[in-house]
Design a protein around this ligand. Structure first.
Ligand SMILES: *Cc1c(COP(=O)(O)O)cnc(C)c1O
Length: 420
């Protein structure tokens, strides 16, 4: 079945209540009816709702739909994109381990993966994702994950995905791709050999900036890569926190199950059923919206490209963009979402533009139906040192746009006035 149809119907059996809209199971707990049924659920003899911190029937549908849209085996939803990234990595690495992170990623991912995780004993090495020529040399026996973004926020870069995947496969290391910006409509990482995709569903999947949520999707057949793999002993040895359970012996997709049973259970970064419902609404129109965002952004990028005060535009869908070849190679019809960045001369002029536009809101979010303008160096990436800024490719005069669903002509007029 195609993605458009899956997004509307997959995972929900209307016959239960006959409701066209997926019901919101706004509940904390579930009636097990019998002691035996309760015991079976806790012993994983059957899977089913136990307590909403672990699972919820509304969230189940969101998880089934994203898994189908990504052509994955299974998925787990989390309270936010950050929680999804944390869970994906913490499911692979522990104290003493190393992860390898792309240079060009979301600011929050840089702080989480290179600073916060270090406090828990997980060290990050950074690789140059544009070409990935330095990646292989960074690998050793403690390397547990390779993390990158399919379309990076805010640099709008597309890494050498083929090479990253080939290296991850060669060393039997799990690759994790943040697919937030591309969405499964424009790019399906798992179809390209990536093992796990993660999302901030708060962005395009939600579509209207109304709910936070995160998703982790595991590839079909990922069990085979984890079972017996010496890099991942915790999937193959008894889990003390779950009465000696050995994940490798279970007949379920074990990557997401272990996140559910040993991370979300303990950390409690659970999505609320209401937010799951909002994200289900978002998924229904994702395919239409992301294409329209892309068409609008293409028009805005073309305008900026021709403006004398604009030094540089990053938008891989543009024929003149250095990454256009990769956009065509990986992304549906070469479309690269509503995200673009451009550079003007200096901090002050960049701020002037932010303060002058009327249709673009000064907001640190992306993927809203309303257009957004952001100055990464002074906001999302403010916590980064000058060195880190340089390394993540953030310039002082760089402005990021998340082009919304307004008419592109109105957006162009607004930018024309601001650029002066
Ligand atoms: C926003 C974002 C995140 C973090 O997601 P939250 O839902 O805000 O926690 C992670 N990765 C990317 C690429 C993002 O844009």
């Amino acid at each position: 079945m195609t993605q458009e149809t899956l997004a509307l119907h997959h995972g929900y059996d209307k016959r239960a209540f006959g409701t066209m809209s997926v019901p919101i199971y706004q509940t904390t707990a579930y009636d097990f009816e019998t002691a035996e049924h309760a015991a079976n659920l806790f012993a994983l003899k059957e899977l089913g709702p136990i307590y909403t911190r672990l699972n919820n029937p509304t969230t189940d549908i969101l998880e089934a739909r994203i898994a189908a849209l990504e052509n994955g085996e299974a998925a787990i939803a989390t309270a936010s994109g950050q929680a999804a990234i944390f869970c994906a990595i913490a499911n692979l690495a522990a104290v003493g381990d190393t992860i390898i992170v792309a240079k060009k990623v979301y600011g929050g991912s840089t702080t989480l993966l290179t600073h916060t995780l270090k406090r828990f004993g997980i060290k990050a090495k950074v690789f140059e994702s544009d070409h990935a020529d330095d990646l292989e040399a960074l690998i050793d026996e403690n390397t547990k994950a390779i993390f990158f973004e399919a379309l990076s926020n805010p640099q709008i870069a597309i890494p050498n995905i083929e090479k990253i995947v080939a290296i991850a496969q060669k060393y039997n290391i799990i690759s994790v791709c943040d697919n937030t910006v591309a969405t499964p409509i424009l790019f399906q990482p798992l179809n390209h050999g990536v093992d796990v995709s993660v999302h901030s569903a708060s962005k395009y999947i939600c579509g209207q900036g109304s709910a936070l949520g995160g998703l982790v999707v595991e590839a079909k057949g990922l069990n085979a890569k984890l079972i017996g793999n010496p890099r991942y002993p915790h999937f193959n040895e008894p889990d003390e926190s779950y009465h000696g359970l050995v994940y490798a012996q279970l007949p379920f997709p074990i990557f997401s199950l272990r996140i559910r049973l040993s991370l979300i259970r303990d950390i409690g970064a659970t999505i609320s059923p209401y937010n799951s419902w909002l994200l289900i609404q978002g998924l229904e129109t994702l395919s239409l919206r992301i294409k329209e965002h892309s068409r609008n952004a293409y028009k805005v990028a073309s305008f900026l490209k021709s403006h004398p005060k604009v030094k540089h535009v990053s938008y891989p869908a543009l024929e003149s963009d250095a990454l256009h070849g990769r956009a065509k190679q990986y992304f549906k019809d070469g479309m690269t979402s509503g995200l673009l960045s451009f550079e003007v001369e200096g901090l002050e002029f960049a701020k002037h533009i932010l303060n002058t536009t009327k249709l673009f809101s000064v907001v640190v979010n992306i993927g809203d139906s309303k257009s957004i303008i952001t100055h990464p160096a002074s906001t999302t990436h403010q916590q980064l040192s000058r060195d880190e800024l340089e390394r993540s490719g953030i310039k002082e005069g760089m402005i990021r746009l998340s082009v919304g669903l307004e008419n592109a002509d109105d957006l162009i007029e607004d930018l024309k006035v601001a650029l002066g």
